[in-house]
Design a binder for this molecule. Structure first.
Ligand SMILES: *Cc1c(COP(=O)(O)O)cnc(C)c1O
Length: 356
């Protein structure tokens, strides 16, 4: 099983998943482009494994304190985990989880595959009660885009008492700010597309677990469905991971400063921030049109979906027709990047001044 490394996360981010230190060995795992391998080894075929994926999996596994598998995207990882539950089983999930995960649950429910119970993750008592009938409890904390925080430990205990597995989508927090496997969670899911890769140039997903049997089942599912990562994507994500700690530290510091300033601005009626991480949500006092106007008025802040890149991006979430109707119409989700915070604020404040 993945060793619980004695090293600190910053050191793991830099050093894990490297070739052994031997004369003339490259410092970085090469990009191995291979659809097949000479017979007789462990890999055999390109769908079953690749040294470049494995280097990424080793590094992320050490950061999460478990064993990792990479997938073609975050949603491919989500689909593979949801497929673990038996037909007709109940899955408990946050009503404000990532929209794509909710859409997968709705699709599976519509086809009679499973039953989804959507909960308010901040209402721990209600979540604990819902756990009683569940086979799988899906958590996201903080949630995307509502930024609600779940009591992972209490919910996990209740879920385990009921014989259910617990999954945490750790995309927003990253293993640097939250390690769900340490809280006895069974599976961690990532959209590595976001902070882990960090440069808005890759789609990649991952799962981490300490349960060897779960790992094998998921590996078997990945072999069978072919939801495998691209080799270049895995390499780019590993390269991104080398600076994860620096990026998260800087983006978080920027976010905390911007939160302080946003709270004072008259165009903003609400600032949502869980106290950590680099995602902030604001609600515009003047409504959805003001929010749309804001996203067109900046020059540094890029109007774009997705998050976790080095550059600051934002969007009004309800511009997506599939976003939950309980998310405020005028909510703008902001992914704070690693630029200079005063430049970010000047750009944002000027745009906000125009929509008061
Ligand atoms: C983006 C995202 C996903 C989906 O990941 P993709 O890589 O886009 O498929 C899942 N969960 C969360 C929290 C996300 O932000």
């Amino acid at each position: 099983m993945a060793a619980d490394s004695p090293l600190k996360p910053s050191t793991i981010a830099v050093t894990a998943g490297r070739p052994a230190h031997q004369p003339d060995a490259p410092l970085n795992e090469p990009i191995t482009m291979a659809s097949t391998y000479v017979a007789g080894g462990d890999l055999e075929y390109g769908r079953y494994g690749n040294p470049t994926w494995q280097a990424f999996e080793t590094a992320l596994g050490e950061l999460e304190g478990g064993r990792c598998l990479a997938f073609s995207s975050g949603l491919a990882a989500v689909a593979t985990v949801l497929d673990l539950v038996g037909t007709g089983a109940t899955v408990v999930a946050p009503r404000h989880a990532y929209n794509g995960s909710i859409m997968q649950l709705a699709d599976l429910e519509a086809r009679g595959r499973l039953q989804a119970t959507l909960v308010d993750v901040t209402d721990t008592a209600a979540v604990v009660e819902a756990c009683a009938d569940a086979a799988l409890v899906w958590l996201e904390s903080p949630t995307n885009p509502a930024l609600e925080v779940a009591d992972i430990e209490t919910i996990t205990r209740a879920a385990h008492d009921a014989g259910a597995y617990v999954v945490v989508d750790n995309t927003f927090a990253t293993p640097l700010l939250q390690r769900p496997l340490d809280q006895d969670v069974d599976l961690v899911v990532h959209s590595a597309t976001k902070f882990l890769a960090g440069h808005s140039d890759v789609l990649l997903g991952a799962v981490a677990t300490r349960d060897e049997e779960l790992w094998s089942v998921l590996k078997g599912r990945r072999d069978l469905t072919g939801a495998v990562p691209g080799t270049l994507e895995a390499w780019l994500a590993l390269r991104g991971l080398r600076t994860l700690h620096l990026r998260v530290e800087r983006a978080q510091a920027n976010a905390q400063e911007l939160v302080r300033r946003l709270q004072e601005h008259p165009a903003v009626s609400e600032v949502r921030y869980p106290g950590f991480g680099a995602i902030v949500a604001i609600v515009l006092a003047q409504g959805a049109m003001a929010a749309d106007l804001l996203t067109r008025k900046t020059s540094l802040w890029v109007h774009a979906t997705s998050l976790g890149g080095v550059e600051s991006t934002f969007e009004r979430r309800r511009r997506w027709k599939t976003e939950a109707a309980t998310i405020p119409d005028a909510l703008v989700r902001m992914s704070v990047g690693i630029e200079d915070v005063d430049d970010l604020w000047d750009d944002l404040r000027t745009a906000l001044d125009g929509v008061v």
